[in-house]
Ligand binder design. Structure first.
Ligand SMILES: Cc1cc2nc3c(=O)[nH]c(=O)nc-3n(C[C@H](O)[C@H](O)[C@H](O)COP(=O)(O)OP(=O)(O)OC[C@H]3O[C@@H](n4cnc5c(N)ncnc54)[C@H](O)[C@@H]3O)c2cc1C
Length: 285
């Protein structure tokens, strides 16, 4: 097997352009997925590519390198809008997995239960892909197109994830239900980003649900229904009409029944919205 570990994006793109290579970053999804240990002929390890590591901030927003690890997400001084992404980072496997596993790997693996996807949907993330012929910006909603299927050509690398500055005054949250507390694949998970008006009412809301459909989804009708409500109103009278979760199509599987997933999701939405609204301003997530 040929193994390449370039340190520049240009070298990574050139190596990918030279022929069929399998990209890996932390390899925490790649190795368990190998069929009986059969390795590909060419492996392109992007974990040392400098342009794909770390997080930068500008007026336009945040740029998270595709090979940024979950531990690096946890260490970065994000504003409260990223509290959901940080909470998801804490849930990705164990500390060892968070040290190696990357944000780009989580998105490109496109598991319906990928913990990074719902919070990045609420953050209106855009994926930057790079190939020898140029770059593209693809909204996350259009990047993951199905189970294990992404909008990425064979010669493209997920170089970065961009989060627009307009979300900067929001407050985020993320809740995950599994069959046990740690090291668990989600039965359902909910990420929320709210903006709160000076009178304490929700002025904008973004709510997304993962593990209950082939691809995590925004619940736009529920988002509209929580706008205008205060924390007290959300506590006493959370909008719980089942039609708000119509975009979901949960599976009956070994982890949970479809009915249980729907019931749990309704309650997770309620708790996650209230948690986000109550998140103090200036909290460093
Ligand atoms: C024990 C264990 C527990 C886990 N628990 C969780 C969990 O709780 N929640 C969760 O969401 N995940 C979990 N995972 C899955 C995994 O750790 C995460 O999805 C992680 O973020 C994957 O990142 P990676 O860098 O290791 O990806 P890799 O394994 O390196 O790659 C995954 C896929 O993405 C492609 N890829 C990677 N980077 C790029 C790139 N920059 N451009 C283009 N393609 C790319 C690869 O070709 C491959 O197909 C767990 C894994 C293990 C082994």
């Amino acid at each position: 097997m040929e193994y390449h570990s370039p340190v520049s994006l240009q070298d990574a793109v050139d190596l990918l352009n030279d022929g069929d290579a399998k990209i890996v970053a932390g390899a925490t999804d790649f190795f368990p997925g190998l069929e009986r240990g059969r390795a590909p002929e060419r492996l392109l390890d992007v974990s040392r590519v400098s342009e794909m590591r770390g997080i930068s901030v500008s007026e336009a927003g945040w740029r998270i390198g595709g090979a940024t690890t979950w531990s690096e997400i946890l260490e970065f001084p994000f504003p409260p809008a990223f509290a959901g992404l940080k909470a998801a980072a804490r849930e990705v496997g164990s500390v060892q997995i968070q040290n190696a596993g990357t944000v780009g790997g989580n998105l490109c693996n496109a598991s319906p239960a990928a913990d990074g996807v719902p919070p990045l949907l609420t953050l209106e993330a855009v994926v930057e892909t790079v190939s020898a012929s140029g770059s593209r910006l693809v909204p996350l909603e259009e990047f993951i197109v199905g189970v294990r299927s992404v909008n990425l050509e064979p010669d493209e690398i997920c170089a970065a994830i961009h989060v627009p500055g307009r979300i900067r005054d929001g407050r985020g949250s993320f809740l995950k239900l599994g069959a046990r507390r740690y090291l668990v694949i989600s039965i359902s998970m909910v990420a929320v980003l709210v903006h709160v008006a000076p009178n304490g009412a929700v002025s904008e809301a973004r709510i997304s649900v993962g593990a209950c459909s082939p691809v995590a989804k925004r619940m736009t009708e529920l988002e509209a229904a929580v706008v205008g409500l205060s924390a007290e109103e959300l506590e006493s009278d959370f909008p719980s009409d089942p039609k708000f979760l119509d975009p979901l199509a949960p599976l009956d599987d070994i982890r949970a029944s479809a009915v249980h997933r729907m019931q749990a999701t309704t309650e997770l939405c309620r708790r996650a919205v209230i948690e986000a609204v109550n998140l103090a301003d200036g909290n460093n997530a």
